[in-house]
Design a protein around this ligand. Structure first.
Ligand code: DC
Length: 211
């Protein structure tokens, strides 16, 4: 079986960029598992259905097509908020985790990023990274990103939002966000994405030698 690389961390810590770089470097398949929660939430929103009905949300989760996940379409803030709400539902998680596990077995290797990859989805992954940064730094990156694109942003509102999202992701009963015991911590508060990538690459190269 190919190598499985599990990458977890809170929103806006840089794990998406890092995951894509790793997948590209090694020619591995990449799944941003947040998009599976977002696609489920979008299907509910589009159909005008309640975000509180677990059976309905489970049906939408079972219908998610991993081949049709479009980051640009799913990036909207309301979809992220709705995703964070339905992500607390055990039936939704079961359905999506099953699909994510199937994905993780693809050849020649896979990179999965999310909140519970190293703890729940792929606990046997030989490489586990937990990418984090302080809430201030993460909010600042979000803010800078919006401004760089010519948009308008309110730092305090973004900061409050980052904190609220963290609370929901870390505080839920089913699969809360936390580092696996054997995860390598990469705090990107004061580390460039290049430095984080180099650290990750060393770990992956060592795991590939053993594989
Ligand atoms: O990483 P993101 O912002 O696209 O994730 C959206 C929401 O999905 C996030 O608030 C929590 C949830 N999520 C999860 O519970 N487990 C994952 N493996 C990935 C995302």
């Amino acid at each position: 079986m190919g190598l499985v690389i599990a990458i977890d961390g809170p929103a806006a810590a840089g794990k998406g960029t890092l995951s894509r770089q790793i997948a590209e470097t090694y020619g591995f398949q990449h799944l941003d598992t947040g998009l599976t929660y977002r696609a489920t939430a979008k299907a509910l929103l589009d159909a005008g259905l309640s975000l509180d009905d677990e059976a309905v949300a489970e049906r939408m989760a079972l219908a998610v097509d991993l081949g049709g996940l479009d980051r640009a379409v799913l990036a909207r803030h309301e979809i992220g908020e709705a995703a964070s709400k339905i992500a607390v539902m055990p039936a939704v998680r079961r359905a999506l985790v099953e699909a994510q596990r199937m994905f993780s077995q693809r050849e020649p290797g896979t990179v999965l990023d999310g909140r519970d990859i190293g703890t729940v989805v792929c606990p046997q992954a030989p490489v586990k990274l937990y990418v984090t940064a302080s809430p201030q730094v993460r909010a600042r990156r979000r803010y800078d990103e919006i401004i760089a694109k010519g948009g308008e942003a309110d730092f305090d509102a973004i900061f409050a939002d980052v904190r609220k999202r963290d609370e929901r992701d870390m505080g839920r009963a089913d699969s809360p966000l936390k580092p696996a015991d054997d995860a390598h911590l990469l705090d990107t508060s004061e580390m460039s994405i290049e430095a984080a990538f180099r650290a990750a690459k060393n770990l992956i190269d060592a795991a590939l030698k053993k594989n």
